[in-house]
Structure formats: structure tokens, C-alpha cells
Design a protein around this ligand. Structure first.
Ligand code: DGL
Length: 264
């Protein structure tokens, strides 16, 4: 079972981590499109082109059976086209967990942190509209411009990252937000900072385990052997120590790291 996964950078590895913890015996080909990061500040057309190019590469070179778009921004910009373009491929996207957050909140007040492109995209706007018919919950969303770069640069506990998050989160605190949606796959990497600012009781909603469950439900019959293999490819610069930091929590020891440059 070969699974292709992509994101603009390291963030999607938080999704791969969830997959690797619950599915054994798969081979993961991970593309970090760092040359073009951050996606969240690019146009829909640009993100769509990269998503199609990467998927073509994963199909042709690595013969993948399933694709995970481990990026809320690329899912918003490209998932419909990817499904149309590759009808025989299992395609799983990533969407901010607004629904589980609405079901979890007790204060009826939630925060959503995501990239500018995700929040302004039609997909998110429609999700909010649909959910507001079912739930009476106040939603405070915040575009976190610059946060992805801080994380890609390994500044996950840097004072500037703390300052950025404080500016965005203090107003949510004042509105009694008790649940925050991490609407970008990079943001689980700053969970500790968010808890420091919002208090340890804040509930954080991420989507990695839901994606792992979805993949399992679509593919479990194909998984035969036990070893899980992960190959990480990247298009530009990457912080290797960040990869190690994210991977060190993995339960499965059978991972293989390979550096290869994907040429666009
Ligand atoms: N990790 C991505 C997401 O989930 C995108 C980050 C970016 O490149 O802006 O939205």
C-alpha cells in the first residue's frame, strides 16, 4: 500500500504521524513543497498548479494507491480538481475541525486558527454557513500570517512566535473561547505555546487522527506486512532537526528517511 502525502512544508508530518501510529505496513511518500511555502499566502490558481504537479509526480514516480492532502490550504484550493483529474485514486483532504469543536465547546465560543487562504476560501465559508444552521456557537477565526514560516524555521518556542500568538489569542480569551481549531497542519507544532497563553484547559482540535481513520476505512484490506516506511522529499530548504523532532514521537521504528529533491 503506497500512500502519497503532501503539504507546503513540515506541517503535514503531523498527519503522517497520526497515520503511522494507527496503520502498519504502509509505505508513505511525503512531499514538503518548501520552495513554494507558505501556501496560505498564495493564490488559489498557484496552489492548484502545485497540487496537480505533485500528485502527477507521486503517481508516475512512486505509483501511489492513495493521496492525502495533508494541508487545509491545498485541500480548500484543489481537492475538487484533484478528484476530477484522478478519478481512480483515493484522495483524502484535510478540513478544519469546526464541527468537532462545536460539539466539544461548553462556553459556546470557539476559535479557529488557519492560513489566510483557508479562511477566505469558499470551502471554509460554506462549512461555517452549514454548521451555523445546526449549532448556536460563536466562531472567532484568525488568519495567522507568518506563523508557518516561524514553524518551518524551527522557531516553535521563540519569543516572537509567542508574541504573534498572544496578539491573536488574547481577544479569544476575552470572548471565553474554550476550544480552538488548529486549521493548519503546522499548528499542532505550537500546541504548547497555545496552551501556555490560553491555559492548560483549552481544548485543541486537530485532524490527523480523523484522516488516519478515514484512510484505514478505505484501505485496511490492502495492508499485509508490518513494517511502515516513510520517505520524505522536499523541494527547497528544510530544517532536518524539525523533521527529527516531529518523528521522534512515532511508535513505529521502521521508518526510512531519504532526502531527494523533487523538481517541478
Ligand atoms: N500546512 C498547511 C495547512 O494546513 C499550509 C501552510 C502554508 O503553507 O501556509 O494549511
Amino acid at each position: 500500500m503506497k500512500v502519497g502525502v503532501f503539504d507546503s512544508g513540515l506541517g503535514g508530518l503531523t498527519v503522517v504521524q497520526a497515520i503511522a501510529n494507527s496503520l502498519k505496513g504502509i509505505e508513505v511518500f511525503y512531499i514538503a513543497d518548501t520552495l513554494f511555502a507558505p501556501y496560505g499566502e498564495k493564490t488559489k490558481e498557484q496552489i492548484l498548479k502545485h497540487s496537480l504537479d505533485i500528485t502527477n509526480y507521486l503517481i508516475k514516480t512512486h505509483k501511489i494507491d492513495a493521496l492525502i492532502v495533508a494541508c487545509n490550504t491545498a485541500t480548500s484550493a484543489a481537492i475538487i480538481n484533484l478528484r476530477e483529474e484522478f478519478p481512480n485514486l483515493i484522495v483524502i483532504g484535510t478540513e478544519p475541525g469546526v464541527k468537532p469543536a462545536m460539539q466539544t465547546t461548553e462556553s459556546k465560543s470557539i476559535g479557529v486558527l488557519a492560513t489566510p487562504a483557508t479562511l477566505s476560501g469558499e470551502k471554509y465559508q460554506k462549512l461555517l454557513k452549514d454548521l451555523s444552521l445546526e449549532h448556536e456557537v460563536m466562531v472567532y477565526d484568525q488568519a495567522c500570517k507568518g506563523l508557518v514560516e516561524q514553524i518551518e524555521n524551527g522557531k516553535v518556542s521563540h519569543v516572537d512566535t509567542h508574541k504573534m500568538l498572544t496578539t491573536w489569542l488574547e481577544p479569544m480569551k476575552e470572548k471565553s473561547v474554550d476550544t480552538i481549531v488548529l486549521g493548519c497542519t503546522h499548528y499542532p507544532l505550537v500546541s504548547d505555546l497555545i496552551k501556555e497563553i490560553m491555559g492548560a484547559n483549552i481544548k485543541l482540535i486537530e485532524t490527523g487522527s480523523a484522516i488516519a481513520r478515514r484512510l484505514e476505512s478505505l484501505t485496511s484490506n490492502n495492508i499485509k506486512n508490518k513494517e511502515t516506511r516513510i520517505k520524505v522529499f522536499y523541494t527547497g530548504e528544510i530544517k532536518k532537526d524539525m523533521i527529527n523532532m516531529i518523528l521522534e514521537n512515532w511508535e513505529d521504528g521502521g521508518k526510512i528517511m531519504v532526502r531527494e529533491v523533487y523538481e517541478q
